[in-house]
Design a protein around this ligand. Structure first.
Ligand code: C2E
Ligand code: MG
Ligand code: MG
Ligand code: MG
Length: 279
């Protein structure tokens, strides 16, 4: 009897595994066609200079407009795209599209593009960035490339060489989600990032949690001393904004100012001299 139940449980588990693998295979087939079918879109979220209140640039955030399933967020398909190597052509499309869109914005408003560790490891990246800049005529100084600490875990020598080549093109390099990976401080010393983006998890509890305030203050101080801009991610309230200003954070990004928006809705944010109003 016990044996029969065990077998039943096993079959149930097996059936669920099959369903999960089936779903993954379907997603994979769809993902392989998505680029050719033009199903990817970029949304843009502004980042704002704390002192002046003006928009300094936009981060490009990828979405997949699936014909049946609707808008799919990057967290749901980027890991699979990385696993099957598709992130390289998808990432090249993102670079080209983001640079082409940004070339039409008034200077000095720029664009930030997220890079997967798989892209940074691939031999094509520097060429892809170069050709996206050349095709769009976007000045390289208006392109930021965001990498995470996971990139720095890879083969350090060749990663550093790639980052230096990207910098030599004139692009700027940001460390995204700072504080969530490993050994962040040694990476800040190994590579001169232009910007540190403090992860949302440290912003969420401002100003109530003393330890979050202390961490933001320390990172802003570190960034200042090392000549790097510090940007806070996921700013949602005026209280968080006030706390970030007090602690010396230079730039902010979050729903308080704007959600990621389709290109067609950016017009109100495209005046480089205008002070943004918060809710
Ligand atoms: P990320 O680069 O750290 O982007 C920030 C994420 O936080 C975005 O989620 C954004 O929509 C969200 N966010 C912004 N402000 C707020 C806020 O005030 N509150 C809250 N709760 N969330 C906020 P999204 O667009 O879902 O992107 C998730 C991640 O997917 C990104 O994290 C990035 O790592 C990755 N990603 C997005 N686009 C690309 C891409 O083109 N290429 C690659 N390789 N990765 C991408
Ligand atoms: Mg990012
Ligand atoms: Mg981030
Ligand atoms: Mg993040």
């Amino acid at each position: 009897r016990a044996k029969a139940e065990e077998r039943g449980g096993y079959h149930f588990f097996e059936a669920r595994m099959d369903a999960a693998m089936q779903a993954r295979r379907v997603l994979e087939v769809d993902l392989r066609q998505a680029l050719a079918q033009g199903e990817f879109v970029l949304h843009y979220q502004p980042f704002v200079n704390v002192r002046s209140g003006t928009v300094t640039g936009f981060e490009a955030l990828l979405r997949w407009r699936h014909p049946e399933r609707g808008m799919i967020s990057p967290a749901e398909f980027i890991p699979l795209a990385e696993e099957i190597g598709l992130i390289v052509p998808i990432g090249e499309w993102v670079l080209r599209q983001a640079c082409a869109d940004a070339a039409a914005w008034p200077a000095p408003i720029g664009v930030a593009v997220n890079l997967s560790p798989v892209q940074v490891r691939s031999r094509h990246l520097v060429t892809a960035v170069f050709s996206a800049l050349a095709a769009s005529h976007l000045p390289a100084s208006r392109l930021e490339l965001e990498i995470t600490e996971a990139v720095m875990l890879d083969d350090t020598e060749s990663t550093l060489a790639t980052l230096h080549q990207l910098r030599a093109l004139g692009a700027r390099i940001s460390m995204d989600d700072f504080g969530t990976g490993y050994s962040s401080l040694s990476y800040l010393r190994r590579f001169p990032f232009d910007k540190i983006k403090i992860d949302q998890s440290f912003i969420r509890d401002l100003p109530a949690r003393d330890d979050s305030v202390a961490i933001v203050r320390a990172v802003a101080g570190l960034g200042h001393s090392l000549g790097m801009t510090t940007t806070a991610e996921g700013v949602e309230t005026v209280e968080q904004l006030a706390s970030l200003e007090r602690e010396g954070c230079k730039e902010v990004q979050g729903y308080l100012f704007a959600r990621p928006l389709p290109l067609s809705e950016l017009q109100p944010f495209l005046d480089p001299g205008q002070r943004l109003q918060v809710a």
